[in-house]
Design a protein around this ligand. Structure first.
Ligand SMILES: [Zn+2]
Ligand SMILES: [Zn+2]
Ligand SMILES: [Zn+2]
Length: 245
């Protein structure tokens, strides 16, 4: 946190350097970015990303969107417009915020240029089945995502949610990995707190679960110690490998 001198913000543990929440899926032939945080440029440089063939958006809050203009570099490297996916409301908000990206007269290179795709149900990208998981997040709804392959639930990403409704728990049940919002200890009107995230994670019963979107309240080590077995804390640069068939 800017200007904060707390032990977590001053920690030397790289897992305490928390940038804004985002994930990246890398398959041999296809690369998917989820959200364009204000930290996207730094995150992409840190992880040496040079491709993003599609971008999914969970919701249009500033902490998940404001790195959007940095997609221009991916357009430039790939030589054309970039397909983006989100709910109708999310795509409309992105177009209001970055109208030039939707204007075919503003061409690659030089400008970010996107082709919007409204998510209305499950779809496929790069050999993955992607199931949208709508979850409440205050005034807006967030889309979580279930990524499956050949019928196997690999990863569930539930960022920014105040609750996980039963039908969503059912869809997520039995995934290999769950990443779920768990902002802080105190309840929050639009985010799950840590105990809410633990309750939902235990109900979903993924092989491994990790809480994300953490504030600077607790260090990685301290937070990890108080979580039950099978639930950990996500950190910047954390990687999972999945076997694809
Ligand atoms: Zn701090
Ligand atoms: Zn949000
Ligand atoms: Zn957020």
């Amino acid at each position: 946190m800017i200007g904060c001198r707390c032990p977590v913000c001053r920690s030397d543990d790289p897992r305490d350097k928390r940038t804004r929440s985002s994930i990246y899926l890398s398959m041999p032939e296809f690369k998917i970015l989820v959200d364009t945080t204000p930290d996207l440029r730094h995150q992409a440089l840190r992880e040496d990303l040079d491709r993003a063939y599609a971008v999914l958006f969970t919701h249009p809050h500033a902490d998940h969107l404001m790195g959007f203009d940095d997609l221009r570099r991916f357009c430039e490297m790939q030589g054309g417009p970039l397909p983006i996916y989100g709910s109708e409301a999310t795509l409309a908000q992105i177009e209001r915020t970055f109208p030039y990206a939707f204007n075919p007269a503003k061409k690659v290179p030089g400008y970010v240029h996107v082709i919007p795709h409204v998510i209305t149900g499950p779809f496929e990208l790069g050999g993955l089945e992607i199931t949208p998981l709508p979850v409440p997040h205050g005034a807006v709804s967030t889309l979580g995502f279930l990524f499956s392959q050949a019928g196997r639930k690999l990863l569930v990403y539930l960022s920014d949610c105040a609750a996980v409704p039963d039908p969503i728990r059912e869809l997520a049940r039995g995934a290999d990995v769950l990443i779920i919002d768990g902002l802080r200890e105190k309840p929050h009107p639009t985010h799950l707190n840590v105990s809410g995230a633990v309750e939902a994670a235990q109900a979903i019963g993924a092989g491994q679960s990790f809480i994300t979107h953490q504030t600077h309240e607790k260090s990685h080590v301290d937070r990890t110690q108080e979580l039950p077995p099978g639930i950990g804390v996500a950190y910047d640069g954390m990687k999972f490998e999945f076997e694809l068939h």
